[in-house]
Design a protein around this ligand. Structure first.
Ligand code: 13P
Length: 253
């Protein structure tokens, strides 16, 4: 397997722990990550905590991710944060196209592609999120929807010299306690890999495809054992170093 597909466990802290408590959480992550040399661990705190957490992570193997970015470098965009600012702040990664951004803030596939390009232009590794809603799954549209989301970023990620990550996060599994079963997850992950392969076999070989959606300590091992699942994007269970560490230890790494 391509070395860039080593296991990656990323914690999306969403709009939780924006201040001192996030620094404590980051310290807990640094402690468990030290014991896992073959697993890449990343945390995505709210913007307000990034600078403080960059200091906490300094010298550790834990990477810092932004949860979002705006795809212009500077300008009159009140309330927005650019990729160069995030890079300067210590980020090496950026989540783009999370389903909460798509659903609550109306982000389109085209906008997600712009953000992916902006992240790469500032040397941030994008974690591009894709996934279908419950209604789309029940209508048998899962692969069509996910393919459209992947297609929107395909040219951008194929051109990149950086190995990006794609996170398959079925919307119906996020924060609901329902996960895709390993077979359901693997079906979509294998399909994503095949679309990347069709574009460029080297792209398929180097891209990590993460699963996200109610990943917990007790279901992580079976999901992470799937051949095309290269890691996890974890929400709720990443807010506690105990459960987040247990998920990281469940990797194949
Ligand atoms: P939960 O793990 O809380 O379901 O969240 C998943 C997610 O949205 C990660 O980005």
């Amino acid at each position: 397997m391509h070395p860039s597909r080593r296991p990656l466990i990323a914690g999306n802290w969403k709009m939780f722990h924006g201040g001192r408590s996030s620094v404590e959480l980051a310290s807990g992550v640094v402690a468990f990550a030290r014991e896992l040399p073959s697993v890449d661990v990343v945390v995505a705190p709210p913007f307000t905590a990034l600078a403080a957490i960059a200091e906490t992570l300094d010298g550790s193997k834990v990477g810092l991710a932004a949860q979002n970015l705006y795809p212009k470098d500077t300008g009159a965009f009140t309330g927005e944060i650019s990729a160069p600012f995030l890079k300067e702040c210590g980020c090496a990664w950026a989540i783009v196209g999370h389903s909460e951004r798509r659903q609550v803030f109306g982000e389109t596939d085209a906008f997600v592609a712009e953000k992916t390009a902006a992240a790469l232009a500032s040397d941030l590794v994008p974690i591009v999120c894709v996934g279908e809603t419950l209604a789309q799954r029940e209508a048998g549209e899962t692969l069509r929807i996910v393919k459209a989301q992947v297609d929107a970023v395909l040219d951008v990620i194929a051109r990149a010299s950086t190995a990006v990550a794609v996170a398959y996060e079925p919307v119906w599994a996020i924060g609901t306690g329902k996960t895709a079963g390993p077979a359901e997850a693997e079906e979509v992950h294998a399909a994503i890999r095949s679309w990347l392969e069709r574009k460029d076999p080297a792209l398929a070989a180097r891209t990590r495809i993460l699963y996200g959606g109610s990943v917990k300590a007790d279901n992580a091992a079976s999901l992470l054992a799937c051949p095309n699942v290269d890691g996890a994007l974890v929400g709720g269970a990443s807010l506690d170093p105990g459960s987040f560490g247990a998920i990281a230890r469940a990797t194949k790494g």
